[in-house]
Ligand binder design. Structure first.
Ligand code: MRU
Length: 360
């Protein structure tokens, strides 16, 4: 996507595979800063601290992290160490494990001297595949948006939660790809952007939409149900960090409540789910490890002061107990359909098997 006329992806490597560049998402929406990763530890820290985030981008960063690890130690021990360090960064997004497994499978049979170059090549392939996948998601989702636009006057009002736009992927995004495609096709769209406490990924979504000129409004996390009752939401599209074999959707905390409100108000609830986010062997969402993040994300809010400096303010006293589960499970029965790169399907074992028979 373009930022001030310059095309960017969220991650890229120099031709030698020595330095990986990322957009530092902890600085957005106030500052657009490119950061550089030079080691396995840099890559692991970038994932853990959410300089990069979003399931597909976490996967791509892990692949580049293995590459950086191979530059230092490409032995069998080095490969295992790199995969172990990266796997421990964040537990929920399955793309992390998907990418590491792919790197391990590709690199393990090779002699150590060939591994760094092959890691660079494979990480680049993972990135290209992600971009192509998101284009397909965008095209399938575009049909949905177009259908709604043809049946109503005025803009199609979508609601989305967290950030599943291009910042969460290598490019285009998952849930937001249909929005960008619809906007580019001249369809009038307006996006209700959930703020998504505590990390406020809605600010990233709003930034992305503003940069592309897509009309949008940020709302607090509790406003979505009210807007649905008022008939102000035509459809919900969210992303997923992990969708289990039966179609349960693990996504950013608060997604479940949006799905409940959507069901009660007969608003269709779609999940953009690339196959790299599907945990085929997992029977249902209850089996998935839900990341619990630092209490400080709840008890403090980060932002820019009137003087322009970045900082945090405490909103609860240090003695106040808080909890910070980062994801929740939306049962498959609340999902209208999954949007995958191979098309749309019911959120069920049978639905997924119809599109991905080789995984059934
Ligand atoms: O904690 P994050 O910001 O990495 O979580 C990302 C999400 O939960 C997004 O909603 C998204 O759906 C998954 S990435 C397309």
């Amino acid at each position: 996507m373009k930022v001030n006329g310059t095309p960017y992806r969220t991650i890229w490597s120099d031709p030698q595979g020595e330095v990986v560049a990322i957009i530092d998402q902890t600085r957005l929406p106030h500052e657009f800063v490119i950061a550089h990763l030079r080691s396995l530890d840099d890559a692991a820290r970038a994932i853990r601290t959410m300089q990069v985030r979003g399931a597909p981008l976490i996967g791509a960063t892990a692949a580049f992290g293995v590459m950086l690890g191979m530059n230092k130690d490409a032995s069998d021990t080095g490969l295992e160490y790199a995969c172990t360090v990266l796997a421990a960064t964040r537990p929920t997004a399955i793309n992390l494990h998907w990418a590491l497994e792919r790197m391990r499978t590709r690199l393990a049979p090779l002699p150590a001297r060939a591994r760094a170059a092959e890691a660079r090549r494979e990480a680049a392939v993972i990135c290209e595949e992600d971009v192509a996948t998101n284009r397909m998601l965008g095209n399938h989702g575009l049909k949905l948006v177009r259908d709604i636009s043809e049946k109503k006057s005025g803009p199609v009002n979508l609601l989305t939660h967290c950030n599943a736009g291009w910042l969460a992927t290598v490019d285009w995004g998952t849930a937001l790809a249909p929005v960008f495609f619809a906007h580019d096709a001249g369809i009038s769209v307006h996006v209700w952007v959930d703020e998504t406490r505590p990390r406020n990924q809605g600010a990233l979504t709003a930034w992305e939409l503003a940069v592309q000129g897509v009309p949008h409004t940020v709302i607090v996390d509790n406003a979505g149900g009210h807007l649905m009752q008022q008939g102000k939401v035509d459809l919900v599209i969210v992303g997923t960090d992990r969708t289990t074999g039966n179609g349960d959707v693990v996504n950013k905390i608060g997604t479940y409540l949006k799905a409940l409100a959507a069901r009660d108000n007969k608003v269709p609830f779609y999940v953009a789910a690339p196959s790299s986010s599907i945990d085929w062997p997992a029977d249902d969402g209850s089996q998935i490890s839900i990341e619990k993040r630092d209490d400080a994300e709840v008890s403090e809010v980060r932002g820019r002061s009137a003087s322009g400096s970045m900082g945090s303010v405490r909103i609860y006293p240090e003695t106040c107990p808080v909890a910070n589960p980062a994801f929740d499970v939306t049962p498959a029965r609340l999902v209208t359909a999954l949007i995958t790169e191979r098309g749309m399907c019911p959120a069920s074992k049978e639905g997924l098997a119809g599109l991905f028979p080789e995984k059934a």
